[in-house]
Design a protein around this ligand. Structure first.
Ligand SMILES: CC(C)(COP(=O)(O)OP(=O)(O)OC[C@H]1O[C@@H](n2cnc3c(N)ncnc32)[C@H](O)[C@@H]1OP(=O)(O)O)[C@@H](O)C(=O)NCCC(=O)NCCS
Length: 163
């Protein structure tokens, strides 16, 4: 299917919620509140980037960036990222990652941090760092993609992501 990646715009809110809800349905790591993360960040003024994939007039994927800290370094958190189940495995997630990482690099932060399966994110250059710790849930899934100096210290996500 042909699709395009664009910034979210007014009117996308419900469709973004739906994409996240459908993509995360039944996943062991999912929380029922995940579908509200993007709108909560938006309301808080903390949505650095929200991209959607649109095909045949429908939203089929989304990715968000929000501010995070790694020790004294200024990072961006990538997530949630979601592609609707019937469109997964066709490269749309990879395309969304590429666009979001390009923006993140241009944004001038020290890197990108996320919680996710290393089998997926290692292909984009994400790695675990022994010098970095995280006290929250899912610490085993913590990975970083530094743009500047080697990261060290504690990761702090936006409180709305870990609420
Ligand atoms: C993760 C996700 C965004 C990837 O999007 P996608 O469009 O399916 O990804 P792509 O088509 O670009 O890449 C597909 C590849 O990723 C792998 N993959 C997809 N999800 C994966 C996961 N959770 N863990 C490991 N590998 C995964 C596929 O096996 C495939 O591998 P291959 O290229 O070796 O065949 C999408 O599958 C999704 O929404 N999953 C459910 C929600 C989720 O897990 N979100 C991430 C946590 S925040």
């Amino acid at each position: 299917m042909k699709y395009k990646i664009r910034q979210e715009r007014d009117g996308d809110e419900a469709a973004i919620r739906d994409v996240v809800e459908r993509a995360f349905a039944g996943k062991s790591f999912a929380d029922p509140d995940d579908k509200f993360i993007v709108e909560r960040l938006r309301e808080d003024g903390s949505l650095v980037l929200s991209l959607v994939a649109e095909g045949r007039g429908q939203l089929i994927g989304q990715v968000a960036l929000s501010p995070a800290k790694v020790g004294d370094l200024k990072y961006l958190c990538l997530g949630p990222i979601a592609v609707v189940p019937e469109q997964q495995g066709k490269g749309i997630g990879g395309d969304l990652m590429g666009h979001a990482l390009g923006v993140a690099q241009a944004y001038g932060r020290d890197g990108v941090v996320l919680l996710g399966d290393p089998k997926y994110y290692s292909r984009f250059g994400f790695e675990k760092f022994a010098s970095v710790s995280y006290d929250g849930k899912g610490a085993d899934a913590l990975q970083l993609l530094p743009f500047t100096e080697p990261p060290s210290g504690k990761v702090v996500f936006h409180p709305l992501l870990t609420a």
